[in-house]
Structures are given as structure tokens and as C-alpha cells.
Design a binder for this molecule. Structure first.
Ligand SMILES: Nc1nc2c(ncn2[C@@H]2O[C@H](COP(=O)(O)OP(=O)(O)OP(=O)(O)O)[C@@H](O)[C@H]2O)c(=O)[nH]1
Length: 357
């Protein structure tokens, strides 16, 4: 899966598009060798200008429409993210405006070509063509606001994280410096990809691993699941909501050694918030940095978790200890889902194949 907005072209402003179309028309007219008498030549040349302007504008606007995904057709995860970044209503209006402009330009083209065909005076033809230019320019200026809006939307939307939505996904949570990215690196084979993420200044880390049959994806979203809820703004809250449509399993990491800079109590508090927020999800609770943590620190967290009926896995992500156990639990919990996803994908491919027969 790629970012659905990746194919959107840069959106030109009305004036840029007008310029482009008029320049192309002049170029076409200057290399054109019309035949016949003076009147015929003038007619052909003016008609060519009008057709070229109309084609350039309509082709470009059609490309914009084709390459802009319909918001409601996007997977839920992307819809949630899009809703915080752009206003759906304005976005739809912008698309409708473009559609309207395409039709208007086409109509003007037909109308003015016809009028030029009836004219016998080259001066009048040039005047009609200039009138056509003026009317087309005014149609485009009418939608200038919408074009500009769409371009701004594109700027943010093209930076949405590229996440494979057809692979079951594990989301890592925990305070900064507890070892989230170290564990992600240890779990996933490929070097984690740092996808940009418009909600935080840091990128989102994405890595995958395979169990021989299926793929699993692990992501770490710095800035989202590493701070108390009260510190998050609306946009971040919405981004967390989006994570709920993506994540199928949460790995929560504690650093009982407190080397991360957050006291155990604070870590417990954050855990409670995230545990509550994602209560419908299976959790794997991890105590990291076991190589440097003191026994009483480990015990303190263990007792806290025991009261909730949870048994943590003790690891050292840095030394790779316990990582394999986590991998096995992920596989055990997500394999049925991985199987479902794979089956769905094969069925889709089959039906696409059948439709080509
Ligand atoms: N001793 C020890 N250090 C570890 C272990 N795991 C991670 N660290 C160290 O802890 C520091 C923070 O690790 P990161 O993986 O960057 O932590 P993070 O949670 O991803 O941090 P943010 O990206 O800021 O959220 C690094 O210096 C790691 O080398 C471990 O098991 N033992």
C-alpha cells in the first residue's frame, strides 16, 4: 500500500494554469501552417488556439481529479487522519469546482469555435478568440481559492505515513527512551523505515518481520503514545484514534531501571491511561533494560502489573534477550488475522484475474 495521495500532482493556481494554456496555444499557432485564403487561414489559426487552450486546461484538471483519491473510498485509518488535516467539506467543494470548470471550458470552446466558423472577418475572429481567453480566465479565477486549498491539502496529505494496511500491525507504546525503537529494530528484520508523520516533528518508525508464511508489522509513533492524555492536543487525540483502526496489538514498554528519565510511578500512570484507552486490544507488557535494572525496581513494576492480572516479559532489547519470546507471542496472537488478510488478498487477486479472462 502506498500513500493514497502520492499521485496527486502539484496544483497550479488559476494564473499559472492560464499562462500555461495560453503559451501552449501560441506555440501551436506559430508552428501551424494553415491552408487556403486569408480568411480560412485566420479561422484555422484561431480555432487551433481555442482548442489548444481548452485541451490543456481540461486535460490538466482531469488529471487532478483522477489522481486525487475520493476521501470516502479510503481505508478507515487514512480517513481518520485526513479528517484532522483537511476539512472534508472544503475538499469536496474544491473537487466539485474543478469538475464545473472542466464543463464550462468545454462549453465555451464549442460556443466560440462555432462563432468563429460563422465569421468572415479575421479581425472579428481574433476578437472572439480574445473574448474566449477572457471568459476562460474568469472561469479559472472563480475556482482559484479551491485550487489553492487543494494544493495546501496535498502538501500535508502527501506526507501521511506509508503503512501497509494489509499486514497485522503491532503498536509500541511507552515513555521516551524506554527502548521502543531498540525493540523495534531487534524485532524486525529490515532496517525500520522512517515514514514522515504530519502530527509530530519526529517520523513514525515502521518495521516488518515474517514467520515463514505471513508478514507482521511493528510501528512506533513518537509523540503519540508516550505522554499523558492531558498533554495531547486535539490533533494528536485524533491521530491516536486513527491508530486504533490500524493497531491490532499493543506492546507497552516499561523501563524499571529509570534510565529513561521517568520514575516508575510516572510510567505506571501512563500505562494506566493507555491500557484504558486501548482496553479492547490485547497487550504485551514488557519490562526492558533488565540488564541494568535493580531487582527491587523490577519487583515494583511486577507487583503493580500483577494487581491487574498481567504478567510482563522481562527483556533486554539492547542485548536481544527476550526478544524472540515477544516475537513468538506476536505471531501466536496475530497469526489468525494474518491468515485472514492473506486470504482476502488472494481472493481479491483471483477475482481481478477472473475479470480479465
Ligand atoms: N542497558 C540497556 N539500554 C537500553 C536497552 N534498550 C534500549 N536501551 C538504551 O536506551 C536508550 C533509549 O532507547 P531507544 O530505543 O532510543 O528509546 P525510545 O523509547 O525509542 O525513545 P524515543 O525514540 O525517544 O521515544 C538508548 O540509549 C538505548 O541504547 C536495554 O535493554 N538495556
Amino acid at each position: 500500500m502506498r500513500n493514497p495521495f502520492e499521485r496527486m500532482p502539484t496544483i497550479l493556481t488559476a494564473d499559472e494554469l492560464i499562462d500555461k494554456a495560453f503559451r501552449r496555444a501560441e506555440k501551436a499557432a506559430s508552428s501551424f501552417m494553415p491552408r487556403g485564403d486569408r480568411v480560412k487561414k485566420a479561422r484555422q489559426r484561431e480555432e487551433l488556439r481555442i482548442r489548444t487552450v481548452s485541451n490543456v486546461i481540461r486535460d490538466y484538471l482531469k488529471k487532478v481529479l483522477e489522481r486525487t483519491p475520493g476521501l470516502s473510498t479510503l481505508p478507515q485509518f487514512y480517513q481518520e487522519l485526513v479528517d484532522v488535516l483537511v476539512d472534508r467539506d472544503t475538499f469536496h467543494k474544491a473537487m466539485a469546482g474543478i469538475d464545473w470548470a472542466i464543463r464550462m471550458v468545454r462549453e465555451l470552446e464549442e460556443r466560440y469555435v462555432e462563432r468563429i466558423r460563422y465569421s468572415r472577418d479575421p479581425e472579428e475572429m481574433a476578437q472572439l478568440r480574445r473574448q474566449f481567453y477572457g471568459r476562460v480566465a474568469s472561469v479559472l479565477r472563480d475556482i482559484d481559492d479551491r485550487l489553492r486549498y487543494l494544493n495546501k491539502a496535498r502538501e500535508v496529505l502527501k506526507d501521511l505515513p506509508v503503512i501497509d494496511l494489509e499486514v497485522p500491525t503491532v503498536v509500541i507504546a511507552g515513555h521516551p527512551n524506554v527502548g521502543k525503537s531498540t525493540l523495534l529494530k531487534a524485532l524486525t528484520t529490515a532496517k525500520p523505515e522512517i515514514a514522515s508523520y504530519p502530527f509530530t516533528t519526529k517520523g513514525i518508525n515502521v518495521g516488518q518481520f515474517e514467520d515463514g508464511y505471513f508478514k507482521y508489522q511493528v510501528i512506533d509513533t513518537p509523540g503519540l503514545l508516550d505522554r499523558p492524555l492531558s498533554e495531547r492536543n486535539e490533533i494528536e487525540k485524533q491521530a491516536i484514534l486513527a491508530l486504533k483502526h490500524l493497531g491490532k496489538l499493543i506492546i507497552y514498554i516499561f523501563d524499571p531501571s529509570e534510565y529513561c528519565g521517568f520514575p516508575i510511578e510516572e510510567q505506571m500512570h501512563l500505562f494506566e491511561e493507555i491500557y484504558e484507552e486501548f482496553k479492547e486490544f490485547p497487550f504485551i507488557v514488557v519490562l526492558n533494560k533488565i540488564d541494568v535494572a535493580k531487582e527491587e525496581q523490577v519487583k515494583k513494576v511486577e507487583e503493580f502489573l500483577e494487581r491487574k492480572g498481567l504478567k510482563p516479559i522481562k527483556i533486554s532489547a539492547l542485548k536481544g534477550e527476550g526478544v524472540e519470546e515477544i516475537r513468538q507471542i506476536i505471531i501466536e496472537k496475530l497469526r489468525p488475522l494474518a491468515y485472514e488478510y492473506a486470504k482476502k488478498k488472494i481472493e481479491e487477486e483471483l477475482s481481478r484475474y477472473r475479470s480479465t479472462l
